[in-house]
Design a protein around this ligand. Sequence first.
Ligand code: ADP
Ligand code: MG
Length: 626
Amino acid sequence: MTDETRSAETLQFRAEVQQLLNILAHSLYTEREIFLRELISNASDALNRLQFEMLTNRDVLDPDLKLEIRVDFDDDAHTLTIADTGIGMTRDEIVENLGTIAHSGALAFLKQVGEAQQSGDLRVADIIGQFGVGFYSVFMVADEVSVTTRSYRPEAAAWRWISRGDNQFTLEPADKATRGTTVEIKLKEDAHDLASSWRLESIIKRHSNYVSFPIFVKDVQANQQAAPWRKPPKDVTPEEYDEFYRQLTFDLDAPLLHAHIVTDAPVDIRSILYVPAKLDRTALNLRSDHGLRLYSRKILIQEHNKDLLPEHLRFVEGVVDSEDLPLNISRETVQSSRVLRQIQKVLAGRVIKALRELADEKPEEYARFWQEHGIFIKQGVGMNPGDNAELLPLLRFPSTRSDSQPIALAEYAGRMIEGQTEIYYLLGNDLASAAGSPHLDPLRARGLEALLLTDPFDGYMVQGIREFEGKTLRNVDDPGLELPGEAKAAAEDAAAADTPQADFAEVLARVKLVLGDRVTEVRESKLLTDSPARLVSPDAGFERDMQRVRRLIEDDFKVPPKILELNRRHPLVRNLAAKMASEPASPLVDATIELLFENLLLLDGLHPNPAQMAPRIQMLLEAATR
Ligand code: ADP
Ligand code: MG
């Protein structure tokens, strides 16, 4: 049948289209507004194609007609129209595009819907545009749709396609003097609210703000058109970056940094990414979900895409636009995932680079970043040690030698002492108790620095850092700890005051007797100088470092018994030995041993119930004031 056959006719939709319409009619109410995105995206495509045609062909209908999209409504009649001055369709094209031809996109869409229904999370809105079936989403809001269209070909006549979204559609000749397509919608009863300027404008701003042709709602332009991410970075002012961030996130605080990414090879990417100043700005729940906005050719494809950045960068906000993303993913799954991987690599690399620059150029702002988002980087280190080359330089930790700002691993490495081959760290509950830990005692005496890891997650994170620039990380409560350098101070004068060997043996025995199973062993410390005792772990590194994490997440987790090491030169140990010799039955002896032990648990952040120390403290206080 040719374009010139001017008679009405009723045709059947293909079976898969019928099935698709059936699904759409029952889709989620909240998803319905995306029909407008789909119709506008078709209008924009039609305008693009016309523009392209006109590059080489001036013989088109109405060559001077403005390229634009007009949305109109009648709230009494409950109708909407979306009109464009694009390329239009001939009769054959209508039949081909909107109805009867076998439609691989529809089949692929149905397959995906089937899978999504199985897994229970069907989001038609996120996928429908990707299968070349977006037009049919209009039946989510329409009782009846008519498409009146006239092709750009000067000799072509106007036609109208009408359907109620059932199994069939009608084609009839139409009167339309000008080029383009007008879609007229009779709204379903539960969609009458769409016939309002405010509703239409806000849907357009949300989904189609950056379509490159003007979109008017009743003669008022609703879209912003110029997509900042498609401009050359030098043409975007700092204010524009901040303003765009606000529109995107509803966050009133300016972002900490942005990265504007423009690449043509190996993939086409136009992207602006932001690091928010605060993590917890979703308190108002304006944005329910993380993820980047994904555009293809300025049309929003997905609002929260989580595949474009690795999980540990999920604090990043922004948009990504790529012409290389195939719209029909079903046909090109393999290729599409390769493209996604390439995009992810470029984006992640740029975010990391921007963060490293921030650290170099604005350390104070980087410190703010670290405070807000550092936990994500730590998570990345713990979970994907493969990314360590990029992530380790971003880490910051308080240390025994840092004053106000936490330090980078490189800073630590840069001031290691002669002969030092390891990076020492201490796990603790908070900075105050960590700084008072007896484990630091021998390090201090040798001028060695230790990182203080007091975040509950740190025990997990350090598992991901086996080494940094060839230096192994070493927990200072390692029983086999050997330290470089020579211990100064305390040791010299105390040497004269060693607890005699025989007395010290008695102390070791008594301590083991009192503490029983709560310690695996009581022995002399080779390292301690200023502290009387410390607890070291007999377990392997992983078990030991995870104890704090497990204590937080497991209700009934009990810290496994440790080795107690005593400092033979310490006055407390010496006095204890003397007390045992003069008054072996004194209750003060056992009370001292108990409290010494509990103190160590406390300092290591492992005491299950500090309040239980009070009665013994009181007993010793009474003895001290007697
Ligand atoms: P897609 O846009 O992904 O191809 P749709 O279901 O949205 O899938 O549209 C199907 C086809 O219908 C389009 O490819 C296009 O050829 C035609 N079409 C839809 N709307 C218009 C329009 N406003 N102007 C011209 N052609 C259109
Ligand atoms: Mg479309």
